[in-house]
Design a protein around this ligand. Structure first.
Ligand SMILES: *Cc1c(COP(=O)(O)O)cnc(C)c1O
Length: 381
């Protein structure tokens, strides 16, 4: 049987395992000292003032939308192409997602179209650093300031990236990360929000703990049983052993980003002259974190045929993503229809994500490129 090369995969080493085992043998499995430590080292690594750890990237988005004060009737701008959670978080708080089309060569939200989508009801913008390429935050921050909107960066793809030498994690009012196993670092499930605003950080800490204003360690320190629930919150806490894994993983982030850049460079040069595909464009002002390496098939190529052929040959390609508003839920609840964002729909029909993670060997990469070239040749239009 041929070896399958997945599109994403975690890297776990013996230090990670020891870090988890140490916590499992300690007094605190959850809401213990590892939370503070993970938040401290994470905020330091991106240069942000505050970091709030939660149980997933989706919980992180939800906490940000909550702390931004989104409520029924509020509109929030979000790109058409992203993972569904980027828009679901708005709906969790009864807000209305307003889908904005993407640029065809980067699949980043088109900043020119953001301003046109703003109404009296708009309260926030969620920008997505698609594939790991940071958005144009100078423009987005200017728009947010002019219309008094909060800017949320869904940076689940771009940990370790930068915009004009400013690290991802410091670019928006809220910067949201995921530690799902396909992301840059993992805690199994997990997420983080960074912010410069201590009040917003505090609101998110309360939100992740049922809306209760003191956690059990704080109560114990005060020698008190009392607690009050000030607002509706959730149990979005991350366990201490997950935080220990996160701390251990974070120490290898720099190396992993370099490896991802090397892989991207290999694909860029190996595929430069390949007939039938085009890589997405990387802007000069960014340092790309390469969560994904996305190619577009040129006109006339059938994505389904190419996708199936590659999968059959053990190359774990994927498609990121169907425009969010075309999912049945959004069609039903928000009456969204094909034609809303033409660039996103056109891109969706031609994109393929090639394998991208730090376990790819030179042999894997050569096989991916050779197989892709062969599949494109045998399915030439
Ligand atoms: C992974 C991801 C999320 C959600 O993260 P989870 O940790 O899986 O909940 C949100 N937005 C984007 C763009 C993602 O890639």
């Amino acid at each position: 049987m041929i070896k399958n090369i997945p599109y994403g995969r975690q890297s776990i080493d013996s230090n990670d395992i020891k870090a988890i085992a140490d916590v499992l043998c300690s007094d605190w499995l959850t809401t213990g000292p590892k939370i503070d430590e993970f938040e401290r080292v994470f905020s330091a690594s991106v240069g942000a003032r505050h970091a709030v750890a939660v149980s997933s990237g989706t919980a992180a988005l939800h906490a940000a939308v909550y702390a931004a004060g989104i409520k029924s009737g509020d509109e929030v701008i979000v790109p058409a192409i992203s993972f569904v959670a980027s828009a679901n978080c708005i709906v969790f708080q009864s807000g209305k997602p307003i889908f904005v089309d993407v640029e065809s060569d980067t699949l980043l939200m088109d900043a020119k179209k953001v301003e046109k989508a703003i109404t009296k009801r708009t309260k926030a913008i969620i920008a997505v650093d698609y594939a790991g390429q940071p958005c144009d935050y100078d423009i987005l921050r200017r728009i947010a300031k002019r219309y008094k909107l909060l800017l949320i960066a869904d940076a689940c793809h771009s940990l370790g990236g930068a915009y004009k030498n400013q690290p991802v994690g410091t670019l928006a009012d809220f910067n949201v990360f995921s530690f799902h196993p396909v992301k840059h670092i993992t805690t199994g499930e997990g997420g983080m929000i960074t912010t410069e605003n201590s009040e917003l950080a505090q609101r998110m800490r309360i939100f992740r703990n049922h809306g209760i204003t003191a956690d059990h360690r704080q109560r114990e320190a005060r020698g008190s049983w009392q607690y009050e629930m000030a607002d509706l919150g959730y149990n979005y806490r991350l366990t201490d052993f997950q935080c220990a894994l996160g701390i251990s993983q974070l120490s290898r982030l720099k190396k992993w980003i370099m490896q991802r850049k090397e892989i991207a460079k290999y694909y860029d040069s190996a595929l430069a002259k390949t007939e039938g595909i085009m890589p997405l464009k990387t802007k000069a002002s960014v340092s790309h974190a390469y969560h994904l390496y996305v190619i577009k098939l040129t006109a006339g190529r059938d994505r389904r045929i190419i996708f199936n052929a590659l999968r059959q040959l053990g190359i774990g390609v994927n498609v990121h993503y169907l425009p969010i508003y075309l999912h049945p839920f959004y069609r039903k609840e928000f009456k969204t229809r094909p034609g809303l964002c033409p660039m996103a729909e056109e891109a969706y029909n031609s994109i393929l994500s090639l394998p991208m993670h730090n376990n790819l060997s030179k042999t894997d990469l050569k096989r991916i490129v050779k197989t892709l070239e062969r599949v494109l040749r045998t399915n030439a239009k």
